[in-house]
Design a protein around this ligand. Sequence first.
Ligand SMILES: NC(=O)c1ccc[n+]([C@@H]2O[C@H](COP(=O)([O-])OP(=O)(O)OC[C@H]3O[C@@H](n4cnc5c(N)ncnc54)[C@H](OP(=O)(O)O)[C@@H]3O)[C@@H](O)[C@H]2O)c1
Length: 375
Amino acid sequence: MRILLTAGGNPISINIAIVIVTLTELETLLMHPSCDPAISSASAAAAIPFRTLASGAHLPAIGLGTFGSDHVTHAAVAEAVKFAASVGYRHFDCASVYGNEAQIGEAFEEIIRSGIPRDQLWVTSKLWNDMHAPEDVISSCRKSLDNLRLEYLDLFLVHWPFPNHHPPSCDVSVRNPHARPYIHESYMRTWRAMEELVDRGWVRHIGSSNMTQPKMELLLRDVRIKPAVNEMELHPHFQQTAFFRYLVERGVQPIGYSPIGSPARPDRDRTPEDTSPTEDPVIRAIAEKHGVHPAVVCLKWAVQRGVVPIPFSTTPRNIVANQQGVTGDPLSAAEMDAIAAIDRNCRLIKGHVFLWKENQSWEDLWDMNGEITPA
Ligand SMILES: NC(=O)c1ccc[n+]([C@@H]2O[C@H](COP(=O)([O-])OP(=O)(O)OC[C@H]3O[C@@H](n4cnc5c(N)ncnc54)[C@H](OP(=O)(O)O)[C@@H]3O)[C@@H](O)[C@H]2O)c1
């Protein structure tokens, strides 16, 4: 279509092409106006800071969580992964128990076909709790690789240190009669199989998740291959300062899950004592000053503190805001100090379902008095 306009009395004509774009593409174009989406994605990716792991590998300082829980479909999560890659995300936090690795694998295939090389992606997966037997570690990793359509994982984590299965979406009061406490010798048998995965070239790094300092002390004492990371709940209301420092001092990178305080977690995962970092007046005031959502302040704080947050989102605007939040307009030292002072020691993901006997409280999972809770 050709339109004739006048500017300062001089006629100008412009050509208007009518194109059909999907909503996702439109959002991408509006928020990243570069002509070539591949260039736009690459330059956005290059702007994301990274953490250098003990191995020398670069881990992008923000990743996309992929746990849709029971309210986001697998297809919607896979769409979010594709959208995130198109706007520059390169780090994706997956797990077999999220049930969506097959759909995310299709997304990765498309992402790589679109021109983003595999070696620029960082893909994490995790071993679920009913697969701790050494032979299951190998088969579980194989299944994740096949589902994700990858030849190797950048990182494979032991999801929880307890070999306790429970049905997906069950209530926190459900107990597995076969549940067991943490037994270090058993965990090390699992770890040896994790090390074998590195030897086989199936995974580049291995790590732990939901550990405590007493458990980590034993693991670091006994490993052949050190955990590259520990994935753990970290947000302004649950800062785990002592354990965080312990890990950093030993070259274990903390990855922060539920970095926004998991505002959409199901009711069964909520207790009356829970607090919300995004509703904290300190976070809200800083957000207002920077003109961003409080969620973005939580992520800025995490990255500046040295955590690698993995926020979940399927909302394109939020996916972009979270990424842009960690690439510019940093928090001041005073703002960082103000957030450090609002820690409520409020663990949101308590893990009730992993308890191994009746009449226990969830605190038993977390070695609150500095020693591994005995059987
Ligand atoms: N290792 C483990 O045991 C473990 C445990 C829990 C979680 N994880 C990992 O950590 C990831 C993140 O944790 P999470 O899902 O519990 O919680 P989260 O990332 O703290 O919160 C996600 C929620 O925040 C909203 N959100 C994201 N960005 C936002 C923004 N800029 N403005 C407003 N709202 C925003 C999302 O809604 P929209 O979708 O609408 O944006 C979503 O409802 C998981 O997906 C999973 O990969 C690991």
